[in-house]
Design a protein around this ligand. Structure first.
Ligand SMILES: [Zn+2]
Length: 123
C-alpha cells in the first residue's frame, strides 16, 4: 500500500497491511512542515531462531510504533523527539515499513520460551 504524502491531511488516514501473521494497523496524520506522523500497532507472531539455542520458535509481537515521515530531506533541529524517516519520492510504502519493522524485531535479541525459563531459573 502506497500513500502519497501530500494527500495526508489533519484527518487521520487509516491503514492496515499484513505480512504473514503480522498485522500493521494504524493511521497517518499531517503534523506540520514536511512532517507526517505515523502511529500504528504491530501485532501478531513471527518465526525466529532463538539467540541462545538457535531453535526456531514463534515470537509474539505487540508493539506500539510512532514516528515521523518527512516529505523530503529533514533537518534535525532537536525539537522532534520521535524518529524521522525521510521519503524522497513523495510516497510512503506501508508494506515496506512493515517489512523493515519485522526485520528490526528479527535482528533484536530474543530467546525462546525454553531458554527464557532457564534464564529466569539462573537469576
Ligand atoms: Zn532457545
Amino acid at each position: 500500500m502506497k500513500v502519497m504524502l501530500r494527500k495526508v491531511t489533519k484527518t487521520p488516514l487509516d491503514f492496515e497491511v499484513k505480512s504473514g501473521e503480522m498485522t500493521f494497523k494504524g493511521y497517518l496524520e499531517y503534523y506540520g512542515g514536511k512532517l507526517i506522523l505515523l502511529h500504528a500497532n504491530l501485532n501478531g507472531s513471527l518465526e525466529k531462531s532463538c539467540d541462545v539455542c538457535a531453535n526456531d520458535f514463534k515470537l509474539e509481537v505487540d508493539e506500539d510504533i510512532k514516528f515521523f515521515i518527512s516529505d523530503g530531506l529533514y533537518k534535525d533541529d532537536g525539537t522532534i523527539e520521535l524518529d524521522v524517516v525521510e521519503s524522497f519520492n513523495g510516497f510512503v510504502d506501508i508494506d515496506e515499513l512493515l517489512n523493515s519493522e519485522i526485520e528490526l524485531i528479527r535482528s533484536d535479541y530474543h530467546s525462546c520460551g525454553y531458554c527464557k525459563d532457564i534464564e529466569t531459573l539462573e537469576f
